[in-house]
Design a protein around this ligand. Structure first.
Ligand code: MN
Length: 200
């Protein structure tokens, strides 16, 4: 059963002026689609390897599985983490949890943007819930999959690859990350993800 590219939950131009239509079209229809294709191709090749009983080429396939699989998962979350006229203060149960684990929503904002703005090259800022640790954590991941803490459930993710902002912001990546946090975050979606992660 092949994975499919999920449609955007809003129009391509719905996030303007913060993220422009052309960036959204390229990012969703080309980049995210590429990760879905890469994931499906990798899974097919792994199936062939099992059918042939030949696992000599498994190492690069597992590398591709982590890269494309994480790329598909994170982009799928990223689209739903945003909405037109988003941002503002966290809402729902996660608001209290943010106070407890970070001190305040401003402190979370500072730490999240600090993670986003200091990524060397391509990566993501991630707010996640860790059920074993019973804690919200901010992570900075490189590419799509490095530097994770196993078991974390991503709740709010920000794509800091250049393809996510370069047409609109060029080298001003801190303007992009700030526009995301202050004007696009869909806290209802983040809170729903928190409830699901916490309740298994
Ligand atoms: Mn991307």
């Amino acid at each position: 059963m092949a994975y499919e590219l999920p449609p955007l939950p809003y129009d391509y131009n719905a996030l303007e002026p913060h993220i422009d239509e052309q960036t959204m079209r390229l990012h969703h229809d080309k980049h995210h689609a590429g990760y879905v294709t890469g994931l499906n191709t990798t899974l097919e090749k792994l199936e062939q390897a099992r059918a042939n009983g030949d696992f000599s080429g498994v190492a690069p396939l597992l590398k591709n599985l982590a890269f494309h699989g994480s790329g598909h998962v994170l982009h799928s979350i990223f689209w739903t983490n945003m909405k037109p006229n988003g941002g503002g203060q966290p809402s729902g149960e996660i608001a209290g949890r943010i106070e407890r684990d970070f001190g305040s929503s401003d402190a979370l904002r500072g730490q999240f943007l600090g993670a986003a703005n200091t990524i060397p090259g391509s990566g993501w800022a991630i707010l996640g819930w860790h059920n074993d640790l019973q804690k919200l954590l901010v992570l900075q991941t490189h590419r799509h999959m490095d530097l994770t803490v196993w078991g974390i459930t991503p709740l709010l993710v920000l794509d800091m690859w250049e393809h996510a902002f370069y047409l609109n912001y060029q080298n001003r990546k801190t303007d992009y990350s700030q526009a995301f946090f202050d004007n696009l975050v869909n806290w209802d979606n983040v809170n729903e993800r928190f409830q699901r992660a916490k309740n298994g």
